[in-house]
Design a binder for this molecule. Sequence first.
Ligand SMILES: NC(=O)c1ccc[n+]([C@@H]2O[C@H](COP(=O)([O-])OP(=O)(O)OC[C@H]3O[C@@H](n4cnc5c(N)ncnc54)[C@H](O)[C@@H]3O)[C@@H](O)[C@H]2O)c1
Length: 251
Amino acid sequence: MERLRGKRAIVTGAGSGIGRAIVLRLAEEGARVVISDVDEEAATNVASEAGGETLIRKTDVADSSEVEALVGTAVEEWGGLDIMVNNAGIGVAGTTTNTSEEDYERVMDVCLRGTFFGMKHAIPAIRDSGGGSVINLSSVAALVGIADRAVYSAAKGAILAITRAAAIDHVEEGVRVNCIAPGTVDTPWIGRITAGYDDPEEARRNMQARQPHGRFVAPEEIAAMAAYLASDESASVIGACMVVDGGVTAR
Ligand SMILES: NC(=O)c1ccc[n+]([C@@H]2O[C@H](COP(=O)([O-])OP(=O)(O)OC[C@H]3O[C@@H](n4cnc5c(N)ncnc54)[C@H](O)[C@@H]3O)[C@@H](O)[C@H]2O)c1
């Protein structure tokens, strides 16, 4: 499928996991992609895997001026922007009582401020390019209570709320804003969680057994949803939260 031929895209946090898979899928479908990550080496590795035309930009999404420059890259190099994927995010384990203020700031900075800056700078560029699609990464943590993820859940819930608000604000400008709520996706992130257990392999098996469909969601399954939301096939999907979770929230 080449639904995105001629489209110009940016993916943040694109050096790993879900972001990497989204880059590969958008490029496979014909888009030109700016691969951005705070980890430049990781972004460079993804660029070497992706076919088609790509650019690499080191960007910390928590810094408004860096995100503005990132959007400027697509506009200067390719004459505009059609797709913005606000994917960069970090998590922290903890409840409301035992999470430190520093961890609160860190998670909110990357997840929420990063998504806000991504929309703030990309939406005018997409509007001026004739319209397009913004895709934010929320989480099932925005939809159901998940133990030991209080601040992360708050950030992802806020991303869902700002997605809906922005969708209404910008629909008449031809900018569609949606989010994806993944369940537990098999990325390096999961490796960092299971590494904290005595038997990481057993922890991995237990996490998979808790999924109604008995396995982790694959990053490629999130990328398939992102490609759909980026394409004109989803023209009437506006302000939606697309759940890709193997049935977790159906329980
Ligand atoms: N893996 C899951 O189970 C899961 C579930 C729901 C939602 N998500 C969301 O999907 C997104 C991607 O998660 P993942 O599992 O691929 O994570 P990951 O840790 O594999 O990749 C995250 C990437 O973001 C980059 N990054 C971190 N801080 C950044 C910053 N300040 N600026 C720019 N880039 C930064 C990292 O360098 C890394 O390359 C996140 O927003 C996460 O909350 C993941």
